[in-house]
Design a protein around this ligand. Structure first.
Ligand SMILES: C[S@@+](CC[C@H](N)C(=O)[O-])C[C@H]1O[C@@H](n2cnc3c(N)ncnc32)[C@H](O)[C@@H]1O
Length: 220
């Protein structure tokens, strides 16, 4: 597994959260990280496509991608060595994994290729301090004809209801901050020449799904 260092304070914070949580992550998060399977259904991968998950955590999504789309090539990066050890145990040699900071990394040097047909950010922008930078960097990794898929907490978390207040309190325990301006940042990328955007709410705004498509004829 390649190691590029990254931001040490943030990496240490993530490791401190996930050192114990990684053992119960997959079973507990299925009760509140909704929309991840919605994102995977929308990938529409073909055999041979390269799929990169930025901040892949335990590898839960990549394992599901492998099952849903046989023949895809799997890649993942994460800043937490603790999470990467879980992903490595789950995915074995079927994925190329590396330690990296989502905000800036050299995909060619670390993963062996500069671009990917599908790039995923799933419930990670709400944990990345400079997440807009991570989104813009993710867009640079999309191959012509490929797409960037983002899912995270939506506008529900900003409501003044008991349910939303409990959710926000719970997320704070894990240093998670819903990014209510995700649609605006996605729109900014989607408005660039050679890009097209589709965004929608899921479960009444509990989650937000953004898809950004890069034209097949696009050049760098
Ligand atoms: C809530 S988990 C999501 C994991 C997985 N994507 C999923 O959907 O289950 C957030 C992940 O983001 C990672 N992360 C946070 N900040 C990061 C950064 N700056 N660069 C790379 N990974 C980061 C954490 O280590 C953690 O694995």
């Amino acid at each position: 597994m390649a190691d590029a260092g990254g931001n040490h304070d943030h990496a240490a914070l993530m490791d401190s959260i996930y050192r114990g949580q990684k053992y119960i992550y997959d079973v507990t998060r299925k009760y509140y990280l909704f929309g991840r399977d919605d994102l995977i259904r929308g990938l529409n991968c073909a055999s041979g496509d390269a799929v990169l998950e930025i901040a892949c955590g335990t590898g839960r999504n990549l394992a599901k991608v492998q099952h849903a789309y046989p023949g895809t090539k799997l890649f993942g990066i994460d800043i937490s060595a603790e999470m990467l050890s879980s992903a490595q145990a789950k995915l074995g040699t079927s994925a190329i994994l590396a330690s990296a900071d989502a905000r800036q990394f050299d995909a060619r040097a670390m993963l062996g290729r500069p671009t990917f047909e599908r790039v995923i950010l799933s419930y990670s922008i709400s944990m990345i301090p400079d997440w807009e930078r991570a989104m813009r960097h993710a867009a640079t990794l999309v191959a012509p004809g490929g797409s960037l898929h983002v899912v995270d907490f939506g506008s529900y978390s900003a409501r003044d209801t008991l349910g939303a207040r409990i959710l926000k309190w719970w997320l704070k325990q894990f240093h998670v901050s819903p990014r209510l301006n995700l649609p605006e940042v996605a729109e900014e990328i989607g408005a660039q020449p050679g890009w097209r955007r589709e965004g929608r709410d899921g479960m009444g705004g509990y989650y937000r799904l953004e898809r950004l498509y890069r034209d097949a004829g696009a050049t760098d």
